[in-house]
Write a protein of this length. Structure first.
Length: 441
């Protein structure tokens, strides 16, 4: 018997009911600038961060330095004969604020290639982990194992001036970004391809090299990887992975420590892990229905069942967005252009389109889900599945490699702007009750 546990839940249950009632009856009341509901419910819409790299509009979606995703798919430099942007370009844009030329992205790609050697001990650490370790845990552990290489940590230990922080954080960030594709591919091949590894090809760009090291040489997979790495790179500053990286970095923890924190946040099912959850949810539905393409009625029934069971419908909803995520639309366009448009149909991708037709009105009908529209994760797994990357536990690692571009560009900016340690205030429920005039019982 655990008496402390019993005591805890005997206090927590009534308190949770009380908090729910406070939000319902007094949620609109102000605590300074903000409402009681905002303080209890994840600080939604509070502006408390400065992020230079991108800005999210609830109705329009993300803009990277002012450019929308369709604009970037058009304007960013591409590989020779390529049709999708090179992610080198979005990093260049986020860091410098300027659209790169073809020469700029080539220079950046070469710069990363020179930094791409992963120290052997990182692989040794991965090799020692239990076989059942989730790929995201492996990814985070690998980043932590690479922290031995931090130039910022070494320089800080020796003693450096505040005005030079950005320089070491820039070097660490560039090294980390350069090495992540190798780390991700190593995890993939170790876990799913009999631990047989593939060396990088120095002639390939950053995203194509990742596909190559994972074992995929198809030009369409390169194309997909370039788009995937571009559209997942950043989503302004308040999302869990960006905010965690910024927060931990604000303590002057080096980029390896800060990025690993961000990845631990990305590994949550309400954030990046949703891409794996979506595929598991679709597989589960197919299994229950005996395989093949379900009807719209069957999909509607499965969505309702998911809600009745008190679970979320993965890939739908967003803390900020109030319309279909343009990252979803870009992937839908990819499917229509390069898969369906090439005469190849795909059941899982088709199910994704059907869920898009069926889910929003059902979710809206609940009256409580603020955004019934799909987010980025509703589509990404289906495209990977189409090209034979069926190991859905791995999907969030790919998201993580891409997310490094945005959160590390922001970290360099944080140190260049001299951002201080982050330390928001907090309040107790007793304090809230006093402030808004609820009498003590
Ligand atoms: N299915 C079922 N219920 C949902 C829902 C969904 N897709 N989206 C929101 N809700 C529920 C919430 O759980 C909440 O319920 P309670 O009041 O009982 O707690 C209620 O609707 C209000 O939530 P909200 O204000 O609309 O949404 P939040 O800002 O609290 O949460 C989430 C945003 C993205 C976490 C949420 O929509 C969700 O859980 N979606 C499914 C998981 C998912 O796709 N996550 C990926 C999001 C994008 C991302 O970060 N990618 O990496």
């Amino acid at each position: 018997m655990d008496t402390l546990k019993d005591k805890f839940i005997s206090k927590a249950k009534p308190m949770a009911a009380e908090v729910k009632a406070i939000i319902k009856e007094h949620g609109d009341k102000k605590l300074g600038e903000y409402t009681v509901a905002q303080v209890y419910q994840g600080m939604k819409s509070m502006i408390g961060l400065v992020t230079e790299t991108s800005k999210l509009d609830p109705d329009e979606g993300i803009r990277f330095r002012g450019y929308t995703i369709p604009e970037l798919r058009d304007k960013l430099p591409k590989a020779p004969k390529g049709t999708e942007p090179l992610p080198e370009g979005i990093f260049y844009l986020m860091l410098s604020g300027e659209l790169p030329t073809q020469e700029d992205v080539l220079g950046l790609g070469n710069n990363w290639a020179r930094r791409a050697i992963v120290p052997k001990h990182v692989f040794d650490v991965l090799d020692e982990l239990p076989a059942a370790t989730h790929p995201m845990t492996m990814f985070s552990i690998a980043v932590m194992a690479m922290q031995t290489e931090s130039l910022f940590a070494a320089a800080y230990r020796k003693g450096i001036s505040k005005k030079d922080y950005w320089d070491y954080v820039y070097e660490d960030s560039m090294n980390l970004i350069a090495r992540l594709p190798r780390v991700a591919a190593y995890i993939y091949r170790k876990k799913y391809k009999n631990n047989v590894h593939i060396e990088p090809d120095p002639k390939l760009d950053w995203a194509a090299n990742l596909a190559h090291m994972m074992g995929y040489e198809d030009l369409d997979v390169r194309r997909l990887m370039r788009m995937y790495m571009t559209i997942h790179a950043d989503h302004e500053g308040g999302n869990v992975s960006a905010h965690s990286t910024h927060l931990v970095g604000s303590a002057l923890s080096d980029p390896y420590l800060a990025f690993a924190a961000g990845m631990n946040g990305l590994a949550g099912p309400l954030h990046g892990l949703a891409n794996q959850e979506v595929i598991m949810w679709i597989m589960h539905m197919r299994e229950e229905l005996g395989g093949g393409l379900p009807t719209k009625e069957q999909i509607a029934a499965f969505i309702k069942k998911t809600l009745e069971e008190g679970k979320v419908v993965p890939g739908y909803g967003h803390a900020v967005l109030r319309k279909t995520d343009p990252r979803f639309t870009a992937q839908q366009d990819f499917y229509n252009r390069y898969i369906k448009g090439a005469g190849k149909k795909d059941d899982i991708c088709e199910i994704v389109q059907m869920v898009y037709e069926v889910a929003p009105p059902i979710l809206a009908e609940t009256g409580k889900i603020k955004n019934p529209w799909p987010n980025v994760d509703a589509h990404s797994g289906a495209l990977l599945m189409h090209f034979g990357i069926t190991e859905f536990d791995f999907y969030t690692v790919l998201f993580g490699v891409s997310r490094a571009l945005g959160v590390l560009a922001s970290l360099v900016w944080d140190r260049a702007l001299g951002s201080p340690i982050e330390r928001p205030g907090s309040v107790t429920t007793e304090g809230i009750k006093k402030k808004i005039g609820i009498p003590a019982v």
